[in-house]
Write a protein that binds this ligand. Structure first.
Ligand code: CA
Ligand code: CA
Ligand code: CA
Ligand code: CA
Ligand code: CA
Ligand code: CA
Length: 364
């Protein structure tokens, strides 16, 4: 696949540079569209990740501190090095050198002894043939991560497979803390339940569903027990988790009608207190984010991160969004996006106000 610089724009009738025409003649690669979107500025950015001169920052997760919303935390991966914790000012609060952790998610779980824990999970691709789920406990007061272990979960003797995407959802049966989904690079989505065993929290593999080509981004909508998966070159699938077997149903497709330019990367769920909600997707191919109404499935609108004092985003992989009070700067919710180009510094993550996104798109 030929990489085309993401800021090159091709409108109808535009003349293509000769090198691209030459490329088209021999490879049939078509230039990607650059679809309309409204601009929303970033309000803050994280410190750059430690791995410079590389595609390294990848995927965030958000913990909302309900007792002190402005003290909420962001957990995010440097996919070549490990896991960071940031405050809403973007400053590093903790880092664990845990290896090649690609995507991360978190949720509060209740243990058998009645205590609760902020459980952070990540897809561990340190061994490119043996996918693992790495687990951590996050202390919401100190912002420190504690490693709980990294475990393989596929049946013994499975074919070599690489861990890629990761997300978690609510438990679906008694005796489990959560469900965990690892998207393998070949498009296989694996479901495990996380259980307490012998004083540890470990994954137990349950079911799979396979999409045709490379897939990564995933998110669970706990309100409807639905898993959404991004097949990068093709579209977004939804999977009903309460069904006896996992099966994909087409939700959105690459193309102007659904506002998606491949690759489709990170996915997030923005759920209002009144029950309305949107799926947000990284339209990586034209540096934008597309929203879909979770009630109707309809394409709602698109935005880019641009303007203001902080650089915008390009080539975004992971995103996350959580609605609710995050303090005065983020009064209705927090949106976080990986930024592929934070020159002259290493890659990082941008923070946006959900209110600003909502008002720019005219929703509500
Ligand atoms: Ca990247
Ligand atoms: Ca994530
Ligand atoms: Ca990509
Ligand atoms: Ca990807
Ligand atoms: Ca940037
Ligand atoms: Ca910057």
């Amino acid at each position: 696949m030929i990489a085309i610089h993401p800021i090159i724009k091709y409108g109808p009738g535009a003349l293509l540079p000769a090198f691209l025409l030459a490329g088209c003649a021999t490879t049939s690669v078509m230039p990607k569209p650059y679809l309309p979107a409204v601009d929303v500025p970033a309000l803050a950015e994280t410190d750059p990740v430690g791995t410079g001169h590389a595609d390294a920052a990848d995927d965030p997760a958000i913990w909302r501190n309900a007792a002190d919303p402005a003290a909420s935390l962001i957990v995010a991966t440097d996919k070549k090095a490990g896991l960071y914790v940031y405050g809403l000012d973007g400053k590093v609060r903790d880092f664990v050198a845990a290896g090649a952790l690609n995507n991360t998610d978190l949720r509060t779980v209740r243990l058998a002894d009645g205590s609760s824990r902020i459980l952070v999970g990540a897809s561990d691709r340190t061994d490119k043939a043996e996918p693992r789920i790495a687990l951590f406990s996050l202390n919401g007061s100190t912002a420190k991560l504690t490693e709980l272990g990294t475990e393989p979960f596929l049946p013994a003797g499975h074919a070599p497979a690489e861990a890629y995407g990761f997300c978690m959802g609510a438990p679906l049966a008694a005796g489990e803390l959560a469900r965990a989904y690892v998207v393998l690079k070949d498009g296989t989505v694996t479901e495990s339940r996380l259980v307490e065993r012998g004083g540890a929290i470990v994954p137990e593999h349950l079911r799979d569903v396979k999409f045709a080509t490379q897939s990564e981004g995933c998110v669970v909508d706990d309100a409807t027990h639905t898993l959404y998966v991004a097949e990068e070159d093709a579209g977004i699938w939804r999977v009903a988790l309460a069904a006896p077997a996992l099966a994909g149903e087409a939700f959105a497709r690459v193309g102007a009608a659904d506002g998606l330019v491949d690759d489709i990367e990170g996915l997030g769920i923005a759920r209002e207190a009144d029950g309305r909600g949107w799926l947000v997707a990284s339209s990586q191919g034209d540096n934008a984010y597309a929203l879909f109404d979770l009630g109707t499935g309809a394409f709602t609108g698109r935005f880019r991160i641009h303007g203001g004092a902080i650089d915008g985003t390009s080539d975004t992989d992971g995103i996350e969004v959580v609605l609710g009070d995050f303090g005065p700067e983020f009064p209705e919710g927090l949106f976080v996006a990986q930024d592929g180009d934070n020159a002259p510094q290493a890659q990082n993550f941008k923070l946006l106000s959900w209110r600003a996104i909502r008002e720019a798109l005219g929703i509500r």
